[in-house]
Write a protein that binds this ligand. Structure first.
Ligand code: FE2
Length: 324
């Protein structure tokens, strides 16, 4: 089946095309956040402006004509309302014009499923880490929904790193700047908060911000990153032991971090657990992961009626049924 997926939950407008479970195109256009952050109406305007071009680029990359598309997927949520609306509108228009079925997709499910696909995993513990999210999850085969085993009790690890980078006048590039500056740093003790399989980041962030100007920036970046990732690893290790799972994946924007993957690989090898993840292009927000999940939904007969297609800004992953 040839399925086109649209992702528009935040600053990325992404379009992916999947054919029988394999990604054949993954194009995107990203709103530049700069130092001013994201004004939802401006990002939505950006998405509306680039939508046609990104869809065209994806079709060209895949070498298919729009009339050959057999199904449409779109991000239902979670995300920014105005941005999700643009993706929904584009998806509904295509599904109506082409007269093909449409499937709404949970953004977090898509991140996990694409990591499973590329990591060649069947039933892993998933560490989902992005700007707004940090969760440890496992699929419950009875309800076919992901269960949240642990999660951040305040902010996502990506937002924490980004907020620190902004305060330190570093380039706010989703933690990648922190990772670059961290090289050559030495460890200094920082607040570390893990509660069972949950964790918090605001105490760590406040402490690190207060040290700006007092300690070397390399040491601060190194210690902040090591502490945050160690917290994620401890909670993930607990989830592995509790579930006796022998597979682990990491996904979401922060899964692009080389250091986090290094630490998780060590943890997995310690527990003789298979560790996998997607290439970085599929850890960042992308349309291919939406197309991938939509194809599974459509193939298993779970299309949504066009009139019933909506968005849900706070679409929790445990409320989304998974079709494998
Ligand atoms: Fe995401």
């Amino acid at each position: 089946m040839l399925v086109l997926g649209i992702e528009s939950s935040a600053h990325t407008f992404g379009v992916g095309i999947v054919k029988d479970g394999e990604v054949i195109a993954n194009e995107k256009s990203m709103y530049s956040i700069g130092t001013h952050g994201m004004l939802p109406s401006r990002v939505a305007e950006f998405h509306a402006k680039v939508a046609k071009k990104v869809i065209g680029n994806a079709l060209q990359k895949a070498g298919v004509k729009i009339k050959e598309i057999e199904g449409i997927g779109y991000t239902k949520g979670p995300g920014i309302g105005t941005c999700l609306q643009i993706g929904l509108l584009a998806a509904k228009t295509l599904a109506y014009r082409l007269n093909v079925p449409i499937a709404p997709v949970n953004h977090a499910v898509a991140h996990i499923e694409i990591a499973k696909h590329f990591g060649k995993l069947k039933d892993p513990i998933a560490l989902y880490v992005s700007g707004g999210n940090s969760q440890i999850l496992k699929l419950d085969k009875l309800s076919m929904r992901y269960r949240v085993l642990g999660e951040t009790l305040d902010i996502g690890v990506g937002n924490m790193l980004d907020s620190f980078a902004r305060s330190a006048n570093l380039d706010p590039a989703w933690g990648s700047t922190v990772e670059r500056v961290a090289k050559g740093g030495s460890y200094m003790a920082m607040p570390y908060t893990v509660k069972g399989m949950d964790f918090t980041f605001t105490g760590l962030l406040t402490y690190a911000k207060r040290q700006i100007g007092k300690a070397r920036i390399e040491d601060l970046c190194y210690s902040l990153q090591e502490t945050a990732y160690a917290m994620l690893c401890e909670a993930t290790e607990r989830a592995l032991l509790l579930t006796k799972s022998k597979e682990l994946c990491v996904c979401g924007g922060v899964a692009q971090s080389t250091r986090l993957k290094e630490m998780l690989a060590k943890l997995a090898s310690l527990h003789r657990t298979k560790f996998g993840y997607a290439p970085n292009e599929f850890n960042a927000d992308n349309g291919a992961m939406i197309a991938y999940v939509a194809e599974k939904a459509l193939k298993s007969g779970h299309a949504e009626k066009l009139d019933a297609c909506t968005i849900t800004q706070k679409y929790r992953i445990e409320n989304a049924e998974v079709y494998i």
